[in-house]
Write a protein that binds this ligand. Structure first.
Ligand SMILES: Nc1ncnc2c1ncn2[C@@H]1O[C@H](COP(=O)(O)OP(=O)(O)OP(=O)(O)O)[C@@H](O)[C@H]1O
Length: 562
């Protein structure tokens, strides 16, 4: 990404950006030129050509104008940068929440963490931009002044600077490559950290795993990053060193070579010496700021690539047309030739689900069964609109559901997945007070009356539950969503035998009488006779879809589905 791109981002945030930049440029170039002229005239013992008696006033007046202009621009830039910085941050999260599940799974949380960290780097923009603008103006003014004094000398200096520019841009390319590698290492580092945090128990349970994770992955990664970081820092410092000393070299040329070459008198080459000295500060600032500029450019590049990846197939939040905000009463759901493919990192198909065709009717209790890896969870993700089918169509109450309405479609389901997650805050806005009779009814139903602690003040349920209890609380929350379609993925797997029997024999019937339609993935073949229908998956397709008559014997079911 070029620096121009960064400027474009600023212009897109504030349409006065280029104008402000130009204003600052004009005022400061005028100021710096006049200051340079003053210095040279004073040394040459000449008065200022306009209003010589008010020279001091012009000098300090211009300084004041330049300080005020830079201050105004600086403040404007800081505000703009913060706006862009927080905008980027929110945009990443905003796009993430509307991304499809498969995009999110492909992206990986570690990339998101690195991008969020990268956003912070943008805080350096005001400092970098002010240095670049002011220093470049001084360089241009000084060169122009030099050319005005002596064309040959000015061109010599210009040549020297161009040489330095080419030298820096060549070295900078190598540095940018290194910085890119450091960021890739950062992505991996975040991944290993997530492994350590999410798999803490597993890490503690094996000293080999524990040691390998640390030494072979985390430490090796950090060692690599350290080596690259050192190499980059040394290169930067070398650049600075070469830049500074080549300018001293230029000074030496001016003092010793120019006078001899062009047969100059002292007063002729004094302006050169002044200009060279005048340029030393800005040039070294420019070289010094390159580190930050590179970091900013790389950060923006990476943030934008993450944003682009997230936004490729993001589902819009726009108001649904077929499915209004509140889901219409459920009557039927139809899957027609639905297909889905997982792809590997080379975009090759790794597993295909479908074509799946089926109808689900109001009030049905459907058990979904099949071996490990047969496609049950993938089907559940397709059913709930979390995955978008590559072919086929879904109809809700006879109306086809377009891609743009998948969010609204998902809102028709309550779902508890195998690795269900309980949030730290009540994002659903549930009424979590003991006075809420509905809540208390569900708590009784889940036999958690003496386990859950409801804090009426904070309106929160204190969480510190076993796995089975957590799943029961998840079901309470799911029921409080008051949705007609309930999807459960191996919900009862963590329940004790007594509660499991109670769940299949009584809870399911209760939920059905409340008007729920239930689709549950289960391996609990002892309870298959509590379903109205059993769907069996194998190799990604439905191999059996059987309605269970109430008179069916458990033995018959065993033959059919096990
Ligand atoms: N995120 C993913 N990326 C790529 N392939 C996947 C992904 N998730 C699942 N698969 C593949 O899809 C196939 C079906 O997986 P799925 O999770 O749907 O099976 P399942 O029937 O639910 O299995 P289980 O009973 O073990 O939970 C598996 O072979 C798996 O390798």
């Amino acid at each position: 990404m070029s620096n121009m791109h960064l400027l474009k981002i600023f212009q897109s945030q504030s349409r006065f950006f280029y104008t402000a930049l130009l204003g600052l440029g004009i005022i400061n170039s005028f100021t710096f030129s006049v200051l340079l002229l003053f210095i040279n005239l004073t040394i040459a013992g000449k008065p200022f050509p306009i209003w010589p008696q008010y020279g001091w006033l012009i000098f300090f007046g211009l300084l004041a104008v330049s300080v005020v202009t830079t201050k105004v621009f600086q403040t404007y830039l800081v505000k703009l940068t913060q706006q862009i910085l927080y905008g980027f941050e929110l945009n990443i999260v905003d796009q993430l929440r509307s991304a499809s599940l498969s995009d999110f799974q492909k992206l990986g949380s570690e990339r998101v963490y690195t991008a969020i960290n990268d956003v912070r780097v943008l805080g350096l923009v005001p400092e970098v931009m002010i240095v670049i603008v002011n220093s470049s103006i001084i360089v241009v003014c000084a060169l122009a002044y030099l050319c005005y004094t002596s064309v040959a000398g000015g061109l010599c200096m210009l040549g020297l600077m161009l040489g330095m520019l080419i030298f820096y841009s060549t070295r900078n390319k190598a540095i940018r490559k290194n910085l890119g590698k450091v960021r890739d290492l950062q992505d991996k580092y975040h991944k290993y950290l997530l492994d350590l945090l999410n798999g803490f128990k597993e890490v503690k349970m094996s000293s080999v795993r524990n040691r390998n994770l640390f030494t072979l992955f985390i430490k090796a990664n950090r060692d690599n990053a350290k080596a690259l970081g050192q190499q980059t820092a040394v290169r930067y410092l070398d650049n600075e060193l070469i830049g500074r000393y080549s300018w001293y070299f230029a000074l030496g040329m001016v003092i010793f070579v120019l006078p001899a070459l062009f047969n100059m008198r002292v007063q002729d080459y004094i302006p050169f010496i002044i200009v060279v000295l005048y340029l030393m500060g800005p040039l070294s600032s420019l070289v010094g700021i390159m580190t930050h500029l590179n970091n900013i450019n790389i950060a923006v590049e990476r943030i934008q690539s993450v944003e682009k990846e997230i936004s490729t197939v993001s589902v819009s939040d726009s108001k649904p047309a077929v499915l209004p905000c509140k889901c219409p009463r459920f009557e039927s759901l139809r899957f027609k030739n639905i297909c889905f493919e997982y792809t590997d990192h080379l975009k090759q198909k790794s597993f295909t689900v479908g074509p799946i065709s089926l109808n689900i009717n109001k009030g049905e209790i459907i058990f979904v069964t099949g071996g490990n890896g047969s496609g049950k969870s993938t089907f559940m993700n397709l059913l709930t609109g979390l995955y978008q089918a590559s072919a086929g169509s879904i109809s809700y109450n006879g109306h086809p559901v377009p891609l743009a309405e998948y969010n609204a479609y998902s809102d028709c389901f309550s779902a508890i997945f195998t690795n269900s997650y309980l949030f730290s805050e009540n994002y659903d806005g549930f009424d979590l007070r003991t006075e809420n009779t509905e809540l208390m009814h569900y708590i009784n139903m889940m036999q958690l009356k003496h386990v859950l602690i409801i804090d009426n003040d904070t309106k929160k349920i204190d969480i510190g539950l076993s796995k089975g209890q957590t799943k029961r609380l998840a079901l309470i929350y799911a029921l409080m969503e008051n949705r007609e379609l309930l999807v459960l993925d191996e919900w009862a797997a963590e329940q004790d035998p007594v509660f499991r029997t109670y769940f299949y024999e009584f809870v399911l019937a209760d939920l059905k009488s409340m008007g729920k339609t239930i689709i549950a993935v289960t391996h609990d073949d002892h309870y298959f006779h509590h379903a109205d229908r059993i769907i069996k998956f194998d190799y990604g397709t439905i191999v059996n879809d059987q309605t269970i008559s109430k008179v069916s014997k458990v033995a018959e079911l065993d033959q059919l589905f096990v």
